[in-house]
Design a protein around this ligand. Structure first.
Ligand code: MN
Length: 129
């Protein structure tokens, strides 16, 4: 565990706190944004190793934020995992088709969540498509 920096984009404070607590307990550093707009700006400024992206956000959605991050050379190689309450299979497929690097449903299963985070980080930056 190298203390990688992880950006949490999530408008719900309880969800944000749970994810933050789990990640910090595992030794990661965290940054938080309550909106897609702020998340995109923070990602540009701080170049995290991983972004955890809520889909349903006020204003810009997580899918729109993903589009902005992928369009910017500064952020396009950062892996982005969707974290969303939409647990239905067709939503999962829609989210992965949008270009996310992984998917976690909420409420998170802590053990599975930590595993996905570790796996995505182990893969390193995204290779250009
Ligand atoms: Mn939300």
């Amino acid at each position: 565990m190298a203390g990688e920096l992880i950006l949490i984009v999530e408008d719900n404070e309880k969800n944000r706190k749970l994810v933050r607590d789990v990640l910090q307990f595992k030794g990661y550093r965290t940054l938080e944004a309550e909106s897609g707009e702020l998340g995109v700006a923070l990602a540009r400024d701080s170049r995290p190793a991983l972004i955890l992206m809520d889909i349903q956000l006020p204003g810009m959605s997580g899918i729109e934020a993903l589009g902005h991050l992928r369009a910017d050379p500064t952020t396009r190689d950062i892996p982005i995992v969707a974290v969303t309450a939409s647990a239905m299979m067709q939503d999962r497929q829609r989210i992965l088709a949008a270009g996310f690097d992984g998917y976690q449903s909420k409420p998170i299963d802590v053990k599975g969540f930590v595993q996905v985070v570790a796996e995505v980080l182990a893969n390193g930056p995204r290779r250009p498509a």
